[in-house]
Design a protein around this ligand. Structure first.
Ligand SMILES: Cc1ncc(COP(=O)(O)O)c(C=O)c1O
Length: 407
């Protein structure tokens, strides 16, 4: 593996071409790192090689989506077979039914509706909640990321209208008083409370069980629907992180791992709510999507989930907990749970990202590490070693490497 690659030198000659046709040379804000990001050329198992030939362990996994890493042979075989039968139809397909059955079985939510991203899943859930309750307001928690639709981004963001701001309440997560006050004042006009039980961008700290139970109780009393966003956290347990909270949300949004590496999102919930989309219902909510539930995403997701049963989930979570302990022992500040770990050192995010990348590790631009099933114990040790070295390089006092920790 190359070491000490100069920052920004790993993009081959693509940056210049890319900048001519895209603002800052790419399409996703989430993958931009200044001065410009490297371009991926090839992924294999838990490795990615960039356009300049620099090979790194991929602990980003397309922001947690690639639960089996790159080029998984079983997903590849199923997708290749599906390619020969067609990639998209103006009709539903059996494989969409199969993925919905699988999700229902794993999570307990009876009805499913697919989309092409987590963003759209959250949009769908919000529309369903508004249609089912006849109310407008969505209450969400600051710092949590739920995609890019208007109701879920910071209401001070450029491009958000005053009209939209009227229909959104954003509160600090865990702020019991603020929540009670908002519910007392606006509860009867609130369609849904949207919560992520371990918000990555807000620090990847699990929400307090007491607070979540309180939210569930109050929402139930006021006829407000509770939407739990499990787009990232579904990987933590068969039924998602909600399983650990002993609550039943009204709707759940998922995405990422359920597409096996292809675009996907889904909302799950009971018939009593999702019937708002019944095309034969009165005042039915129309919701299309040319590529929603396309059979490529569906078959890839089905195979990915089948290969990620309770035993494998537990094994991957154990690897994550081991990694967390290694980092903690070395004095690196971390957060997270199971196969999701985040370096929470107070360091400029870009510096940390490059420091890890140059040393052979791809992480999220906020220090997120998402493990994948091709990773073995040696990969975990290597991820720990590089993370510690990356942090130590930027903040020599923060991390030390005690004897015998890495193994
Ligand atoms: C919790 C959560 N919800 C929603 C989304 C949006 O998903 P997508 O990027 O597929 O639109 C994300 C993306 O990272 C997420 O982490």
């Amino acid at each position: 593996m190359q070491q000490n690659l100069p920052r920004g030198s790993s993009s081959g000659n693509l940056t210049e071409r890319a900048n001519r046709v895209m603002v800052r040379g790419n399409t996703r804000s989430t993958v931009f790192v200044p001065p410009h990001p490297p371009y991926a050329a090839k992924g294999e198992g838990c490795y990615v090689t960039d356009a300049a030939g620099h090979k790194v362990i991929d602990a980003n996994n397309n922001y947690t989506a690639l639960i089996h890493g790159h080029s998984d042979p079983d997903i590849g075989d199923a997708v290749r077979q599906q390619l020969t039968s067609g990639t998209a139809f103006g009709l539903p397909t059996e494989v969409e039914v199969q993925l919905a059955e699988l999700l229902a079985q794993r999570t307990g939510y009876e009805r499913w509706r697919f989309s092409n991203s987590g963003t759209e899943a959250v949009m769908t859930a919000i529309r369903a909640a508004r249609a089912a309750t006849g109310r407008d307001i969505v209450l969400r928690f600051e710092g949590s990321y739920h995609g890019t639709s208007d109701p879920v981004v910071a209401q001070s963001a450029a491009g958000i209208t005053a009209g939209n701001r009227q229909d959104v309440i954003a509160l600090p997560q865990g702020d019991w008083d603020a929540f009670d006050e908002a519910m007392a004042q606006h509860g009867r006009n609130i369609a849904a409370v949207l919560i992520d039980l371990m918000p990555n961008r807000a620090g990847l700290q699990p929400a307090s069980h007491k607070f979540v139970r309180h939210v569930r109780e109050v929402t139930q009393q006021l006829g407000v629907l509770l939407i739990v966003d499990e787009v990232i956290t579904l990987r933590i347990a068969l039924g998602g992180l909600t399983e650990e909270y002993s609550i039943t949300p009204d709707l759940v949004t998922v995405g990422k791992i359920i597409g096996g590496g292809f675009p996907v999102g889904a909302v799950g919930g009971p018939e009593r709510i999702l019937k708002v989309f019944d095309p034969l219902g009165s005042r039915s909510v129309g919701w299309g999507g040319t590529f929603s539930a396309n059979p490529i995403s569906m078959i890839a997701g089905k195979v990915a989930l089948e290969k990620f049963d309770a035993t494998r989930i537990e094994a991957l979570n154990a690897k994550g907990e081991h990694l967390k302990r290694l980092l903690e022992k070395a004095g690196v500040c971390v957060a997270g749970r199971g196969s999701l770990v985040r370096i929470t050192e107070q360091l400029p995010a870009d510096d940390l990202w490059w420091s890890a990348y140059e040393r052979g590790l791809l992480i999220g631009t906020n220090g997120l590490i998402a493990l994948s099933t091709p990773m073995n114990n040696e990969h975990i040790s290597e991820i720990a070693r590089i993370s510690i070295a990356a942090v130590k390089h930027l903040k020599p006092s923060a991390a030390h490497v005690p004897q015998g920790v890495i193994n």
